[in-house]
Each structure stands twice: as C-alpha cells, then as structure tokens.
Design a protein around this ligand. Structure first.
Ligand code: CA
Length: 231
C-alpha cells in the first residue's frame, strides 16, 4: 500500500500539481487548503509524511508544526517555504521540521526528499544485510529471498548473517563454529554440516545455491559453485 501523505497548501495551482504528481508516484495524498483544515487533518493522524506550507490562511504552518510536534515527534514533516530565507528555515527546523524545500522547487527534488524521509530507520542505520538477492533484517530477524519470506531458526539466521557479512570469503569450520556457537570446533561434530544443509534447503526453494563448499577449507557465499562442491 502506498504511503499516506498529508499536503497542507493553500495555493490551488501548486496543490493540484502536487496531488496529481504524487498520486502518479503511488502515494496516497490528502489535501488541506488552509490552517484550520491542516490542524484538523494533523489531529486525525495516521500520516506517513506531512508536506506543510509556511504561509497559510487561518493559521501559519509553523504554528501547526509546533502543536503537532507537541504530541508527535516521529512523523516526518517537510516544510515548503516561499522564500529562501535562512531565518525562516532555521525557525522551521527548530520547530521540528525534518527538512525543507524552497519554492519554486523541482518535482524530482521533492520526490527525492520524500523518499529519504520515508526510508525506514533500519535502512538508514545499516541493520539490513543483503547479498546475492538475499536480504536479512537484523531488527526483525526476517529473511527475504526473491521477494519471499524465508523462515529460519535463530541459529540458521546467525549462520546466514555470518555469510552475508563475508561475501566471497571462505569461512573455515573453526571460524563458523566460534562465530555461531561461541564454542571451539572439535573437528568431529557435524553440527555445521547439518545447519548448512538446512539453510541451503530453505534458501534454495527461492533460487540457486549461494553457500558453496570448499572441500577441506570450509564454506563461501558465492553464486558460482566449484569442483569441490558437494551436497
Ligand atoms: Ca501559502
């Protein structure tokens, strides 16, 4: 489902242009045409992002923002200012705006700012590991391959993350055992083999093998198998 954007803007021409353009980009946009209508829509909540004009009939955007930030510090707000005045921008950011754009602005730039503000915190903070089309979210412990969720046990997840952090590097059994089980590898246990086999089975439902065996050396995350690969 598209992100829900609230547009508070009194200039009909700009509002119409943005409503049409953002809808074409897949956003669900609602429009408030003056201060009081904006205040009402902000109170209703449920927005993923707010585009807020500075000068509005009835009540200024800056006052709407201050009240909104009194109860919601999370929802991103992008200020639209008419003038490129430093004092105004600083005032807007101080009041809790996440970003601003000066009119007139290029629509492409607005889209880029919106995308940046809507990016989820884990995507900004590097809590996502992704290699060869396999994506692991360290926050939710969710794994996705080819758009499909892959159900892993906690140990399988830890093992996969070790591979995703070291693409193309051959990982010895000693290193894997130490990293995933926090224990010394006795050279006999087949724990690693069992877990690699199960991890492969689950991943290969959605694509080709990516965890390759390097006989006598260990395992490597790579798209290409090699001669020594076995089951
Ligand atoms: Ca205005």
């Amino acid at each position: 489902m598209g992100h829900r954007i609230l547009l508070v803007e009194d200039e009909r021409r700009i509002a119409d242009f943005l409503l049409r353009g953002l809808a074409e980009e897949g956003y669900v946009v609602e429009h408030a045409g003056d201060g009081p209508a904006g205040a009402l829509a902000l109170e209703q909540g449920g927005w993923d992002l707010v585009l807020l004009d500075w000068w509005l009939p009835g009540e200024d955007g800056i006052d709407l923002l201050k009240r909104f930030r009194g109860r919601d510090r999370v929802t991103p707000v992008l200020f639209l200012t008419a003038r490129d005045a430093v004092a105004e921008r600083v005032q807007g950011l101080d009041a809790g705006a996440n970003d601003y754009l000066c009119k007139p602005f290029a629509f492409e730039e607005l889209l880029a700012r919106i995308r940046a503000l809507l990016r989820r915190p884990e995507e900004k903070g590097g809590f996502i590991l992704e290699q060869l089309g396999i994506r692991a979210d360290l926050g939710t412990q969710r794994v996705v391959r080819a758009g499909v969720s892959v159900d892993l046990t906690a140990k399988e997840f830890t093992l996969l993350c070790l591979f995703l952090r070291n693409p193309g590097r051959v990982l010895s059994r000693t290193l894997i055992f130490d990293s995933v089980w926090g224990d010394q590898y006795d050279g006999l246990s087949n724990t690693i083999e069992v877990h690699v086999k199960e991890l492969r089975r689950k991943l290969e439902v959605h694509g080709p093998r990516v965890i390759q065996t390097r006989r006598g050396r260990g395992y490597v995350l790579e798209s290409e198998p090699c001669d020594g690969d076995d089951q």
